[in-house]
Design a protein around this ligand. Structure first.
Ligand SMILES: *Cc1c(COP(=O)(O)O)cnc(C)c1O
Length: 304
């Protein structure tokens, strides 16, 4: 299996915290593995074990052209000797962006679906077509969220993390949020910052907690005011924040998830959302591989 590195938790110090009487630490899941990093390490862990148990030699999953999940699965497949297929939304464009170039380099086969087909990726007909084309495979859904993924993300927090009053994470498909919800202590407060635009996320997370029968001991809350226009969208204010955060703490953040999360936490601290004596643990879910492609596409110079 994939060997995890030790995951450091770093406390951040800056005047605003002191002024508000609040502490803030960051758990660096981005360092859990050199290639299959971030929350995707935890989401893949038990799925890879299960694929092996079922004697499946081929893994198939779905993702966008800059997907952290595609990147992590490609890396993990190569390490563990699986064949892999990445079904990518949209057309093949050359040169490949850094994410897809890496995936091909590891040996992942990239198969493209146009946007309307891609939208139907969970339908039996599309899956059947893929089976006819590629043979039997172990299917991991887009973003990697399923029962075994949540079993994995329940391991992000350890007993040492019970000291924190608040746990904060970014939300995409919610597999990470779900695992955290299932593992927080009864006095802890989980905050999920949606990386997507829209109120649907409230119901979607309720549904996810029901679907996977997650027992929540503490409290949770979804925050959706920090999506910066929607999934993958950015604003100059966000880019400036990420650069400044790096200059101050030497911690890189990505523009899709962790940048928006930290921006939101800072803003809420400023607005006195957190009571005095709170100690917040922000989960750095990784995603740093995607920065190179973003910089290339938009001519930005985000640190990585
Ligand atoms: C995939 C991803 C997320 C979202 O995780 P979900 O489990 O889908 O909610 C958050 N942060 C980063 C860096 C990611 O790569």
């Amino acid at each position: 299996m994939l060997n995890p590195n030790e995951i450091p938790t770093q406390e951040l110090f800056f005047p605003l915290l002191k002024e508000k009487g609040i502490r803030l630490s960051i758990k660096r899941l981005d360092q859990v593995h050199d290639l299959a990093s971030g929350n995707k390490f935890f989401k893949l862990k038990y799925n890879l074990e299960e694929a092996k148990r079922q004697h499946k030699s081929l893994l198939l999953t779905f993702g966008g052209a800059f997907s952290n999940h595609i990147y992590a699965l490609a890396a993990a497949s190569q390490r563990l000797g699986f064949e892999s297929i990445g079904v990518i939304r949209g057309e093949r464009t050359l040169p490949l962006n850094p994410t897809l170039a890496f995936a091909e380099y590891t040996g992942m086969h990239l198969h493209y679906l146009n946007r309307s087909e891609y939208r139907r990726k969970n339908e039996e007909e599309i899956l059947q077509n893929l089976k006819e084309k590629f043979g039997d495979f172990y299917l991991i859904p887009e973003g990697g969220t399923n029962e075994l993924a949540i079993k994995g993300t329940k391991e992000i927090l350890t007993d040492a993390d019970l000291e924190f009053s608040h746990i904060a994470t970014s939300i995409g498909t919610g597999g990470t949020f779900g695992g955290l919800a299932g593992s927080i202590g009864k006095d802890q407060h989980l905050l999920g910052f949606s990386a997507l635009k829209g109120d649907f996320i409230f119901k979607e997370m309720e549904d996810l907690i029901k679907k996977y029968k997650i027992l929540v001991s503490g409290k949770y809350q979804i925050i959706n005011g920090y999506h910066f226009g929607g999934y993958g969208k950015t604003k100059p204010e966000l880019i400036a924040f990420i650069r400044q955060f790096y200059n101050q703490f030497q911690i890189p953040l990505d523009q899709v998830y962790t940048g928006k999360l930290m921006f939101g936490i800072f803003d809420l601290i400023e607005r006195d959302f957190f009571p005095e004596d709170s100690h917040i643990l922000a989960i750095h879910t990784g995603g740093l591989q995607g920065i190179a492609g973003f910089n290339q596409k938009y001519g930005t110079e985000l640190p990585l």
